[in-house]
Design a protein around this ligand. Sequence first.
Ligand code: NAD
Length: 374
Amino acid sequence: MSGAVGSTAGGGTKTGREGVPRHRVTLIPGDGIGPEVASAARGVLDAACPGIEWIERAAGSVALAEHGDLLPEATLGSIRETRVAIKGPITTPVGTGFRSVNVALRQELDLFAAVRPTRSLPGVPTRHRGVDIVVIRENTEDLYQGIEFAAGSPQAEALRDELRRIAGLDVRPDAGVTLKPISVAGTRRIVRFAFEYAKANRRARITLGHKAGIMPTSDGLFLRTAREDPIDHGDVELEDVQIDHLTAQLVRGPGRFDVLLLPNLYGDIISDLCAGLVGGLGLIPGANIGWEYALFEPVHGSAPDIAGRGVANPIAMILSGGMMLRHLGELRAADAVETAVDTVLREGAVRTADLGGSSSTGAVADAIVASLPS
Ligand code: NAD
């Protein structure tokens, strides 16, 4: 599956009016349901925006089997060249010491901001109406930085000795330890990103989630830096809420929230909570943005429980593609994709099992293509 595809696999490269591709995009299908939803999304994006040249690259278990590397240099190199990528989910086996390819991609490419818009969708009945929340998650630091000390390892032993020596702290000898670094520099850039996003998208308020009372040196720094950084807030208000309290407020009355600004781990958890508020993981797109590169992917994972059956909901991946089109400046095509998704959901005749239907992944993609405004 690796290697440049575009014209050599999956149906060829479409061209723009001038006869040359308007955009080159790296496509990483991923694993589990990834290839199914990636193929569906590619079909919709090609229909909405002719002129994308797809460079297909492998990552995760597929890449390990073919290249002996979870994240081959050819994949990173392709993203560095095209600057824009879209990927399906990639499995991270639990408790094996297998490094998450998703986290590695965000760190290697310094994709420091995750943007995950969650809105109530037509035809999807949920407890709350009028939800319109954008989660902005710091993507490179916190407990996801990968600073891990395995229980019983010489490194964990050395860390225990050092903690006792420098701070009189006692860590149990059978403890595994994960460190939570949150820096001023890392916080400043995500705070600035959040305000720029809010101003550009006419958002009124940013709610910062934290647990600064319990972790004053990490979450406390995140909160203080956000409050004190002398940047132009425009008309955007900044408030903060303890993360546990925020979860309760979100499930009781999500309508009052606008933009949520969160450190890495809370951002991961709250994104899934927000997905649940509007109908589930099959619907929520995402973008990972850095200074140089942008990588678009759904919030959901590889869903091994339904993989290979052609029943996964492709809408999260298709809407991630819509975000990508907007990033590429293809605003009309992006609007068309979002409108077509809304039309198919509102009509309700074609939907996957997670939304109570029985349609296949491909049938949903076909219905969305058929609903694209001409
Ligand atoms: P998951 O999101 O894969 O699945 C959770 C539940 O939601 C499952 O019941 C699944 O069937 C359902 N679901 C998810 N996407 C769906 C879709 N498009 N249509 C219909 N139903 C859908 O979460 P998980 O089971 O915790 O994780 C599975 C694997 O995915 C793990 O290895 C995890 O590390 C990985 N993961 C990868 C990413 C990524 O690539 N960015 C993100 C999250 C999880």
